[in-house]
Design a protein around this ligand. Structure first.
Ligand code: SF4
Ligand code: SF4
Length: 204
């Protein structure tokens, strides 16, 4: 099942990478920038979670231990807050880098692009931090500005892509590749009362 999911993941990852290349004048992602992994819910379907954990098990013990601690801390935060929806720093983020990059989820792969949504587009939150699309995003009018685009003199237009999480995780795609996504929940919720996870011990 995981191999079939991995084949689908490779296919969509290649497409998403092409979208990033096409939008290169508007993309300011760089090594060490991890804002998109610091305060969100991160929807993960069951197969994405299993794939992520298959990556986790390849990590050196010290990294596994760090992630385990991070997960316990986030669960603790979750149980002590009334915040809804609960948002948190991803426990797999270590020193501003994804520790399971190759195994990261689908939502992680789409962070930073303009997402097509009901005829409009969702701008990545980091546009407001001077990052992706900030050179064409009018923060007062909350839209991609044709005036700003024209001033830049860039040939490639800012484009929104059909990369909504619900679309990329639809049953039709899974059926085509012979796997099922299973249910979806925020990443941290996969670790609540999780028997598989309980065997991971923290060094004394
Ligand atoms: S799995 Fe990796 S890319 Fe995805 S939110 Fe966590 S740290 Fe970020
Ligand atoms: S999407 Fe935005 S916040 Fe995330 S790495 Fe790229 S520039 Fe940074």
């Amino acid at each position: 099942m995981l191999e079939k999911y991995a084949a689908y993941l490779n296919m969509i990852s290649e497409k998403i990478e092409k979208f990033f290349k096409k939008q290169q004048p508007y993309i300011f992602c760089k090594k060490g920038c991890s804002k998109c992994c610091e305060n969100a819910q991160y929807p993960f379907s069951e197969i994405e979670y299993k794939y992520l954990m298959s990556g986790y098990h390849t990590l050196p013990y010290t990294k596994q231990e760090q992630i385990h601690k991070n997960i316990l801390n986030v669960l603790n935060e979750k149980h002590n807050t009334k915040e809804k929806p609960f948002t948190y720093k991803c426990p797999f983020l270590i020193n501003n880098e994804c520790s399971v990059y190759k195994y990261r989820g689908i939502i992680c792969r789409t962070f930073g692009l303009l997402v097509a949504d009901n005829g409009g587009s969702d701008v990545p939150f980091c546009a407001l931090d001077g990052l992706n699309y900030s050179n064409v995003y009018d923060s007062k009018k909350h839209l991609i500005s044709s005036v700003m685009f024209n001033k830049l003199g860039i040939k490639e237009e800012p484009l929104a892509f059909n990369i909504q999480y619900n679309f990329l995780t639809s049953a039709e795609f899974a059926n085509g590749y012979g796997f099922e996504f299973g249910k979806t929940k925020p990443l941290i919720d996969w670790f609540e009362n999780n028997e598989d996870f309980k065997h991971i011990k923290t060094k004394q």
